[in-house]
Design a protein around this ligand. Structure first.
Ligand code: CFM
Length: 541
């Protein structure tokens, strides 16, 4: 059943009036006849509501810094935060130099009560000495967890002193979990630190190859960036740095030489994309390597940006060869999936990115949303000037970047930029909402109650989200696919990834497991009521 305003109202009626008013602003019924549909996002979750969101530390250390493989990422705080951010995201990496992959280590100052009372700076300094001596990384990051901010340890000063002492790039991030309203704040903090103290620290002045690019907002979950890089390399691109999947300090410090920055996940990395443009004059291109159509379109847009006939030809050749291979492999899965529906509720970009891939295998997305995205991820970057900063967002410092006197170079003439902007998403993202079908539901920061109610009403054939809500649909007899860490599978990006995805989704439908579980509504009517006897003296009318 599709949801309409009345059904939506009934579902939200279970909330106290004030909560209902708040939640209503975070939910949209897509209606393309309206000029613009505004959604509220990136605001505090109502206390008491079960949300899927993480914290600033998760966004900084867990998401953006964590995948950089030749650096040791020290977690300054009690042990739990380090333990639970220890490679659970399945961001894969292969060392470039022997032994220079520290992702499998969990490095924490393991603060105890006495450190909280007397301060943890000395312990942190000792830990850095030990890390340098024992592990010999190329660089070090320090991420603060909640108590560090509360007791006021000056981790920036510790990092500066250690940098002097060891002659190593050592950066500190004040990403205490309570900053901002979700992990999104942590992305911003990590972006600022990397941009200020890492990117551009290398001494390269020229790109090492003809078509040198960076891939921003790609984290190599389940090996995604390896599949994307395979295709890009075949076409003839040189990927200087991936931010940050399978990424390294060594690549990142020279990322300023690229001719173009690709942006896969807009939410987590748009700050760096913007700052690179301001500082070095390098435009960014919004790409999506999830789904075959989106991958082809992204590759074609890249070729158009460079405008080289040979590159355009090579792009078409690679696309034709990959399509011939994958279309044949997809067919059996398309038969299994045809006509089904899904919910696609993921962090800050995949709620949008996976809809095309679902569509290609015959599955329609009836509900989509993000845990922590901002309005621009829903409505497009045109709304940026209209977003009013609140107390929570003002908490995160904005870096004011100016053109680099020596290295700023306009990569495109103004006329060419304008010409390209009409054809490709150059330094622009149009957001998720306008690609959604009329009547579909867009939900921001969906909670446990709403998850259950929307499943009960809309009955999707599959639910895609993460570990926190995966078992809710399972218990309701519906398969669930984790689109955060891919449930031990992947890659799902690019051409080969699309086939893996189609196979895994088909397996979800065909597993005999579902013969042993019945969705509650199969045997139970949706509406329940009793017929009461008429009162004695009532007249029949
Ligand atoms: Fe970007 Fe990501 Fe995502 Fe994200 Fe995340 Fe993630 Fe995500 Mo989980 S960086 S916003 S903070 S694409 S870990 S790899 S899957 S919530 S949609």
């Amino acid at each position: 059943m599709a949801v309409n305003e009345r059904v939506l109202d009934e579902i939200l009626n279970s909330y106290p009036a004030k909560v209902k008013r708040t939640r209503k602003k975070h939910i949209l019924l897509r209606d393309s006849s309206l000029a613009h549909q505004e959604i509220e996002a990136n605001t505090r979750t109502v206390p008491g509501i079960m949300t899927n969101r993480g914290c600033a530390f998760a966004g900084c250390k867990g998401v953006v810094l964590g995948p950089l493989k030749d650096m040791v990422h020290i977690v300054h705080g009690p042990i739990g935060c380090a333990y639970y951010s220890w490679l659970t995201r399945r961001n894969k990496a292969i060392p470039k130099e022997p032994g220079k992959n520290y992702l499998t280590y969990c490095v924490s100052t393991d603060m105890q009560e006495s450190d909280i009372v007397f301060g943890g700076e000395k312990k942190l300094a000792r830990m850095i000495d030990e890390v340098v001596e024992v592990l010999k990384p190329n660089a070090i990051t320090i991420s603060a967890t909640c108590p560090v901010g509360l007791i006021g340890d000056d981790i920036q000063a510790v990092a500066r002193a250690a940098q002097q002492k060891h002659g190593l790039n050592i950066t500190a991030y004040n990403c205490e979990g309570y900053k901002g309203v979700s992990q999104s704040a942590g992305h911003h903090i990590a972006n600022n630190g990397l941009m200020e103290l890492v990117v551009g620290q290398g001494d390269w002045e020229e790109p090492p190859a003809k078509y040198t690019i960076n891939m921003l907002g790609e984290y190599n979950i389940g090996g995604d960036s390896w599949e994307i890089e395979r295709v890009l390399n075949e076409i003839g691109y040189h990927v200087q740095a991936v931010m940050t999947g399978n990424g390294s300090y060594e690549d990142l410090k020279n990322a300023h030489v690229a001719e173009l920055n690709l942006v896969q996940c807009h939410r987590s990395i748009n700050y760096i994309a913007d700052m690179l443009e301001k500082k070095y004059g390098t435009p960014w291109l919004k790409v999506n390597f999830i789904g075959i159509r989106a991958t082809c379109e992204s590759l074609r847009n890249m070729a158009l940006y460079f405008g080289d006939e040979d590159l355009i030809k090579k792009t078409e050749e690679v696309i034709a060869r990959e399509l011939a291979e994958t279309e044949r492999q997809l067919e059996p899965y398309q038969k299994i999936c045809a006509g089904k529906t899904t919910f696609c509720f993921v962090g800050g970009s995949r709620g949008h990115h996976y809809q095309g891939l679902y569509e290609e295998i015959g599955i329609e997305t009836t509900l989509a949303g993000y845990e922590f995205a901002h309005r621009d991820d829903y409505e497009g970057r045109d709304v940026l000037p209209n977003i009013k900063p609140d107390a929570d967002s003002k908490n995160i410092p904005e870096l004011h970047v100016v053109p680099d006197e020596r290295r700023y170079r306009l990569k495109l003439s103004n006329e060419r930029t304008e010409e390209l902007k009409d054809k490709i998403p150059l330094s622009h993202y149009k957001g998720m909402n306008m690609t959604m079908k009329d009547g579909s539901l867009i939900v921001d920061d969906m909670n446990h109650y709403e998850t259950e109610e929307f499943i009960r009403t809309m009955k999707p054939d599959i639910f895609s989200s993460g570990i926190k809500d995966k078992y809710v649909p399972h218990k309701m007899g519906i398969p669930a696919k984790q689109l955060h860490n891919y449930d031990y599978s992947g890659p799902y990006a690019g051409f080969k990834g699309a086939v893996n995805f189609a196979r895994d989704i088909s397996m979800s439908f065909t597993t005999p497991t579902w013969n042993f579980i019945e969705p509650p509504w199969k045997n139970k009517p949706l509406l329940e009521g009793t017929i009461e006897k008429p009162a004695k003296n009532s007249s029949a009318d």
